[in-house]
Design a protein around this ligand. Structure first.
Ligand SMILES: Nc1ncnc2c1ncn2[C@@H]1O[C@H](COP(=O)(O)OP(=O)(O)OP(=O)(O)O)[C@@H](O)[C@H]1O
Length: 267
């Protein structure tokens, strides 16, 4: 029998530290989200009724063994995949009833995504790629903020380079800069520091923490890295498409211990 992870892993948040100040106002909510994929004649049930809330000013990590459904959950929460059943709300708006156009507008204006695949436009420079969300919204791009963000992620001398001439890590940093410069209200990231050296990874992580901690913002990160998760306010653990535990204000060691436990108790 698996141990009662929930009970074991909940602990009081420390009184101080790098925590944001969640306001009690949820910005991301999932209510009994199920997701199944049809593969030939088979129905693959990936998410089995996940419910969660991420509050304003909070950065939450989602961890779990490979194949436990972390990315699928993130795509459902971000409105990129439609849950088979259940409801998702972002910034107080339920996604299900939104038209495609309204959903696209919401994603463009309020939601930032940092993906494993970078989705950069190869013919545009780094600077133009970072300005793209503004261009698409027919808004004036804040050039000083864009240059400052590219500098923050270590690309001060690569602003006019185009993706095909950049390394994988550099491309990932452009994609990150694009999200950071957008100052999104709701931030989603899938392995945001995976291809970065540890120094740049730390800088990027601090930027993500800072954005999520702004009032009116929040963030959710999928990661395999206990040090990334420990920098978040809260860690949710997924196993076989179900929430299997939660830590608040955790250390790297505490996160690693729960992960090891989850891997051992996998079916
Ligand atoms: N479009 C799809 N069609 C069919 N199966 C899918 C699809 N997308 C994901 N899956 C399956 O859903 C399961 C969960 O995948 P998901 O990528 O969400 O897991 P994960 O926890 O993020 O894994 P990892 O840590 O390895 O990235 C996997 O078995 C995967 O093969």
């Amino acid at each position: 029998m698996p141990r009662e992870l929930d009970e074991l892993q909940r602990k009081e948040a420390p009184a101080a530290g790098n925590l944001g100040s969640p306001t009690g106002r949820p910005r991301i909510t999932a209510d009994a989200v199920h997701k199944a994929y049809q593969v030939g004649d088979d129905t693959l049930e990936i998410l089995h009724g996940v419910s969660l809330a991420v509050e304003e000013g909070e950065l939450v990590a989602v961890m779990g063994p490979s194949g436990s459904g972390k990315s699928t959950l993130l795509y459902c929460l971000a409105g990129l995949e439609e849950p088979t059943s259940g409801a998702v709300s972002l910034a107080g708006k339920e996604l299900g009833p939104l038209s495609r156009a309204d959903l696209a507008r919401m994603r463009r204006t309020s939601v930032g995504f940092v993906f494993q695949s970078y989705n950069l436009i190869p013919t545009l420079t780094a600077r133009q790629n970072v300005a793209l969300p503004y261009t698409l919204n027919k808004a004036k791009a804040p050039t000083a903020l864009i240059d400052q963000t590219l500098t923050t992620v270590g690309l001060a001398d690569r602003m006019d380079a185009r993706p095909p001439s950049m390394s994988g890590g550099e491309q990932q940093r452009v994609a990150l800069a694009r999200v950071l410069a957008q100052r999104p209200q709701v931030l989603f990231a899938d392995e945001p520091t995976g291809a970065l050296d540890s120094r740049t990874g730390d800088v990027v992580l601090q930027e993500l923490v800072q954005i999520a901690h702004q009032s009116d913002s929040c963030g959710l990160i999928v990661t395999h890295d206990p040090s990334v998760a420990a920098a978040c306010d809260r860690v949710l653990f997924l196993r076989d498409g179900r929430l299997a535990g939660e830590l608040t204000g955790a250390t790297i060691e505490e996160v690693s211990a729960v992960l090891a436990d989850l891997s051992q108790t996998e079916d």
